[in-house]
Write a protein that binds this ligand. Structure first.
Ligand code: PSV
Ligand code: MN
Length: 429
């Protein structure tokens, strides 16, 4: 840590902000003490919290209508790692990066690993891409990948996933996330049952190549790019496959991969009970898989997810769960979006730690709906900003990261060094 941003710059920023923070923090301590909350225990839990950054979220995203790159944005995985280091130096809760292959292919993985660890960063789950065709491919994933009717195409998709594991081993990853685009656009286009069988057979082959300390995450999604049906459409199918595959297979919940109004926190609880909850792709959405910034649309829903996680952990029902962000930053500087999103995720977690489950259970036993909700709302409504700021301050990170980053003029500096993607339309935010 602290290679991307000098300690001195951070200290100067913190010196200017610490007096205000101390006042806010004192007020926060008084308030939580009155509620009988032990902040030291909560701080310990929060200091162990981290969420992985998605390599694909560092460049500006886009829609099928277009893309608006910004000056100074990264052109390759090394430059993306530099940006991740900036984020982590500022907020201290994002010390790992999730890679996506073949997008993040490099000639020398040893070099990438060393470069990354020189910034105090490591690698989280690796992700496979069987949802688009690349120039050198002799096949096409147009009609599916792991579930394709043609064995040679299924074999290619299996090979790409095994290749991800091999690359992941070189960089110290411990998990593979598999999301497939397979499905149909027309009723009758495919035999649902046979395509699921083909999926399971392909996944068994990938699973057999997993190193013993690795896990495999199955990511479900009800639609897109297939618009009538998908093969792994929901958590039921995901659970079924994870169970069939074995001990190292788990379900991954991408918050955007649900139909509107789905009770995602309930899915979290079920998968935790079934010991098959492996990880998350955090983002937010209003309509579908919008890939909006975490907590930007419905922070209460995010809090309710963490309520289930915290409760499951208290009841010893939770395996180790990987947290990753999966967003597309179409109109913002990705670094700013990721700073804010990671803090929003941490905030939801912090608020869930303020819930007193003994008190909540008393209300639940009495069927007291209003006081049960009120107990959750009390935790949700406490402003934990001073707590998160104090944790950053104590860990040597920055009290107000967004403000620091804006004044740091990072993009402007990088725009002088990094290759320009566009001359006229590139904007510095
Ligand atoms: C698919 O929508 C997804 O959520 C999967 O995780 C992919 O790997 C990722 O987005 C990147 O496109
Ligand atoms: Mn995802």
């Amino acid at each position: 840590m602290f290679k991307a941003i000098s300690k001195e710059q951070i200290e100067n920023h913190n010196k200017r902000n610490i007096n205000n923070l101390k006042k806010d923090y004192e007020f926060f301590l008084k308030k939580t003490k009155n509620l009988g909350i032990n902040i030291n225990n909560i701080k310990k839990e929060l200091k162990n919290f981290s969420v992985a950054l998605p390599s694909w979220g560092l460049g500006t995203g886009g829609t099928r209508f277009g893309k608006f790159p910004i000056a100074g944005e990264p052109n390759n995985i090394f430059e993306k790692i530099e940006d991740c280091a900036v984020i982590n130096d500022l907020i201290g809760i994002t010390n790992s990066v999730s890679l996506h292959f073949p997008w993040d292919n490099v000639g020398d993985f040893k070099e990438l690993k060393e470069f990354t660890s020189s910034y105090g960063l490591k690698f989280d789950a690796v992700n496979s891409n069987t949802f688009e065709d690349f120039k050198d491919y002799k096949h096409s994933f147009k009609f599916g990948s792991l579930t394709h009717t043609d064995k040679s195409i299924r074999d290619k998709a299996i090979e790409l996933n095994v290749d991800c594991i091999k690359k992941g081993e070189k960089i110290g990853s411990k998990a593979l996330t598999v999301w497939i685009p397979d499905g149909t656009n027309y009723p009758g286009q495919q035999d649902f049952s046979k395509s699921l069988d083909r999926y399971i057979n392909s996944m068994k082959k990938i699973y057999s190549k997993l190193p013993s300390s690795w896990r495999i995450f199955i990511e479900h999604k009800p639609f897109e790019p297939a618009l009538y049906s998908t093969v792994i459409n929901d958590w039921g199918s995901s659970y079924y496959c994870a169970k069939l595959l074995g001990k190292k297979a788990f379900c991954l919940i991408d918050l955007g991969h649900h139909l509107p109004n789905t009770n995602i926190e309930m899915i979290v609880s079920r998968l935790a009970d079934m010991k098959k909850l492996g990880g998350f792709h955090f983002n937010d959405s209003k309509y579908g898989d919008d890939d909006l910034d975490s907590g930007s649309i419905n922070p209460f829903a995010l809090f309710l997810i963490f309520n289930e996680l915290t409760n499951a952990k208290k009841n010893k029902k939770l395996n180790s769960v990987s947290y990753m962000i999966d967003q597309s930053h179409n109109i913002t500087d990705p670094i700013e979006s990721l700073i804010m999103s990671a803090i929003e995720i941490q905030r939801a977690f912090a608020k869930s730690l303020l819930i007193n489950y003994k008190i909540l259970e008393k209300f639940q036993k009495k069927n007291d709906a209003i006081f049960s909700l009120n107990h959750l709302k009390n935790a949700f409504n406490i402003d934990v900003t001073p707590l998160l700021q104090m944790i950053r301050y104590e860990s040597g990170n920055v009290i107000n990261p967004l403000e620091f980053y804006r004044n740091f003029n990072y993009r402007k500096k990088k725009s002088k060094i990094r290759k320009k993607k566009f001359d006229i339309s590139s904007t510095i935010l």
